[in-house]
Design a protein around this ligand. Structure first.
Ligand code: NAD
Ligand code: TDX
Length: 336
């Protein structure tokens, strides 16, 4: 049984990972999270009384605070999710992205080395590879060509992790995944935003021509990949995870409307995202061959499950859409 320090465990993917590990392993979990606008302890209400679960509020970019957390908990493994994660917010202001994603990752690497953590799993994204044309896939050897402040900050953190392996001999693995969707995703991201707006009969804002392509993966499939990399990955290696589900945004939006029985009159084309990457598609053959991993959900199954969850958990997203979120939403969609 290991002690796993999970950073960002109150966010979307982190909370799904914490739940999976508490219900499906005997490891102890220390959930370290700053509880930014995206962090929500309600995501973990069902598992928070588990005796193997501890929550610690803390900022990964604060070295002094991290020293105290590592000294108090002495983790065997770090699984690092904590990040500023929304591309549009990074276009408005990149400073928190540099602080958390770049500086925060280095602080965690330093503390992990100091306290002799056995394995560091760095959760990254397909966006570090840039944008694809109509054909081809990202492999682990595709050069990094990040295009947004968000993806540039993630690419920076990936390089810091690589440097920790090469310079200090640390045992780190990097996972890069395509677009996640599923329960507890903050309704600023495409799928939950469109579901919530449709349920409230509000306009569905489509950037540009709606033909940008994302490779959608159900969140628990990604979490299983991270677990496989944590358990069976080789130090210094990168593992790509994708859902094998490339879809144009407009297809996804029309499917959501169809499944909710809402009309396409809600679709509203707005100004494109600056620097909007055209297409992402992952080649996950390395993870399949070397980790024995594969995604379990088709996009159609996963989307249905996700819509059901948002219909049944209306209170959850209504609460997170109130307050500070309103200010962001007004700013982001004001001039479109
Ligand atoms: P999220 O925004 O839902 O959650 C991020 C969490 O990090 C929140 O709980 C937040 O409170 C916490 N956090 C932010 N700044 C912090 C700080 N300074 N100190 C401590 N905690 C802090 O993000 P997500 O969608 O769950 O993404 C998790 C990770 O997975 C990120 O590293 C992201 O880059 C990566 N990723 C996401 C996707 C996706 O589709 N969502 C795909 C590939 C990779
Ligand atoms: O209102 C919208 N309208 C719209 O057309 C929003 C919010 C998005 N979009 C488009 C932009 C993208 O082409 O939908 C697509 C998906 O957008 P996001 O949900 O913002 O995701 P994306 O920018 O692709 O990045 C996501 O996947 C990789 C996550 O947010 C990242 O954290 C992850 O690394």
């Amino acid at each position: 049984m290991s002690k796993i320090l999970v950073t960002g465990g109150a966010g979307f993917i982190g909370s799904n990972f914490v739940r999976m590990m508490l219900n499906g392993s005997s490891h102890s979990i220390i959930n370290l999270d700053a509880l930014t606008y995206a962090g929500n302890l309600e995501n973990l209400t069902d598992v928070s009384s588990n005796p193997r679960y501890t929550f610690v509020k803390g900022d990964i970019a604060d070295s002094g605070q991290m020293e105290e957390v590592f000294a108090a908990h002495r983790p065997d493994i770090v699984v690092h999710f904590a990040a500023e994660s929304h591309v549009d917010r990074s276009v408005i202001d990149a400073s928190a992205f540099v602080r958390t994603n770049v500086q925060g990752t280095q602080v965690l690497l330093d503390k992990s080395r100091q306290f002799k953590v056995g394995r560091f799993v760095h959760v990254s994204t397909d966006e570090v590879y840039g944008s694809l044309g109509a054909w081809g896939f990202f492999t682990e050897d595709t050069p990094m060509q990040a295009n947004s402040p968000y993806s540039a900050s993630k690419a920076g953190s990936d390089l810091l992790v690589r440097a920790a392996v090469h310079t200090h001999g640390m045992d780190c693995v990097i996972t890069r995944c395509s677009n996640n969707y599923g329960p507890y995703q903050f309704p600023e991201k495409l799928i939950p935003l469109m579901i919530a707006n449709a349920l409230e009969s509000k306009q569905l804002p489509v950037y540009g021509d709606g033909k940008n392509v994302r490779d959608w993966i159900y969140v628990t499939d990604h979490c299983e990949g991270i677990r496989a990399a944590m358990e069976r990955g080789q130090a210094g290696e990168v593992y790509n995870f994708g859902g094998n589900a490339e879809r144009e945004n407009i297809y996804v939006i029309k499917e959501i409307l169809r499944l909710l029985g809402k009309g396409e009159n809600l679709i509203h084309y707005v100004k494109d995202r600056p620097g909007h990457d055209r297409r992402y598609a992952m080649d996950s053959s390395k993870a399949r061959a070397t980790l024995g991993w594969e995604p379990r959900h088709t996009f159609e199954q996963g989307l249905r499950q996700t819509i059901d969850w948002y219909v049944q958990n209306r209170q959850w997203w209504e609460r997170v859409r109130s307050g500070a979120y309103q200010d962001y939403y007004k700013l982001q969609y004001a001039t479109r």
